[in-house]
Design a protein around this ligand. Structure first.
Ligand SMILES: [Zn+2]
Length: 346
């Protein structure tokens, strides 16, 4: 860790914006802005149950995870062609580049699309083409993580994996998302074991609304390498110790937690406590079009509300590269650039 000089409160936002960072918890379908939903609906002749962009945006007042998911799946219904998936991902990459996101590991939900008759190939090819172009054109390296929807069966997850395997070289791992409560990780034990045999990276949402027990089973049954969210882990000291000891990263999403009422206010968010406990916590945007902010907005609002300082900013950015699935040389290069920004910032 380099010597982190204190930074005046009024200069901290600029440092947060400028520091390079990795985003490890972004659902690409959750980056679909109302304007793009309407543009794609028009292009594809899809009727929407909302009269206007404003009307749709007004519906974004969520009370819990499920109330969000209902609108999220409706928004995804406009995605039909390969170009639609490309356009959605590209719009995200432009925002990521503006936020100095240097690397992104992006979730996608194939079942949301294949269930509507969209081919796996259409989904993956469109997203992957955007990932390949984002490096040279925007300076954002990117990889895809295929997520299984946990409210569906394990059999359905297996069928989805089979459909995706011809495109094995276009995604690096699998995840588990959607409605957490009532769908514990162990429901997907066999399919995750198969993914492990296939050499795929494994992550899972756990401990967002669900109990610490779900985090334990994501670790011990699914053998995941990262926990997505995981903020409920703080309720279980033994679990906190395990996460710190094994350096299991948590991909924390503060604005998402606020919007879905996981925390009553950002000031009460436990991000600082997770860092203090030595956990490899990171900041991420989850579903930024729905939760009111991309990466930098998550950093800015959380730091303003909780009083975190330059030291934690460096730690969170360093954690994001450590927690990524990049190789050691790439991690080191990002780390060096991060240190350079902190050393030269005045
Ligand atoms: Zn998520």
């Amino acid at each position: 860790m380099p010597t982190i000089r204190p930074v005046a409160a009024e200069r901290l936002p600029e440092l947060l914006r400028r520091m390079p960072k990795a985003e490890l918890h972004i659902h690409i379908e959750g980056s679909l802005e109302p304007e793009l939903i309407f543009a794609l609906a028009q292009r594809n002749g899809v009727a929407l149950p909302y009269a206007s962009v404003e009307d749709l945006r007004k519906a974004y007042a969520f009370t819990n995870l499920q109330s969000f998911l209902d609108i999220y799946y409706a928004g995804a219904s406009v995605l039909l062609k390969e170009q639609d998936f490309y356009d959605m991902a590209w719009a995200y990459f432009e925002r990521a580049a503006a936020d100095n996101v240097a690397h992104a590991e992006i979730f996608f939900d194939p079942q949301t699309h294949t269930a509507r008759g969209v081919a796996m190939e259409t989904v993956i090819n469109g997203l992957h083409r955007a990932c390949v172009e984002a490096g040279p054109k925007l300076g954002v390296s990117a990889a895809l993580i295929l997520c299984f929807l946990r409210h569906l069966s394990e059999e359905d997850a297996f069928a989805t994996l089979e459909q995706a395997l011809p495109f094995r070289d276009q995604f690096i791992g699998v995840g588990l998302d959607s409605s957490e409560l009532g769908h514990p990780p162990e429901k997907f034990a066999r399919v995750f074991a198969r993914c492990r045999e296939l050499g795929l990276h494994r992550v899972a949402h756990a401990g967002e609304e669900g109990p610490p027990a779900y985090v334990w089973s994501a670790l011990d049954v699914l053998k995941v390498e990262r926990i997505d969210h995981g903020v409920q882990s703080a309720k279980d000291p033994a679990l906190m110790q395990r996460l710190a000891q094994d350096r299991i990263p948590l991909t924390v999403c503060p604005l998402s937690n606020l919007k879905l009422c996981v925390v009553p206010s950002l000031a009460q968010h436990n991000l600082g406590a997770l860092l203090d406990a030595g956990l490899v916590a990171t900041v991420n945007s989850d579903d930024p079009a729905y939760f009111g902010g991309y990466m930098n907005e998550n950093f800015l609002q959380t730091f303003a509300a909780t009083g975190l300082a330059a030291r934690q900013a460096w730690q969170l950015a360093a954690n994001s590269f450590e927690a990524s699935f990049l190789d050691a040389a790439a991690k080191r290069a990002h780390q060096d650039r991060l240190n350079e920004v902190f050393e030269t910032f005045v």
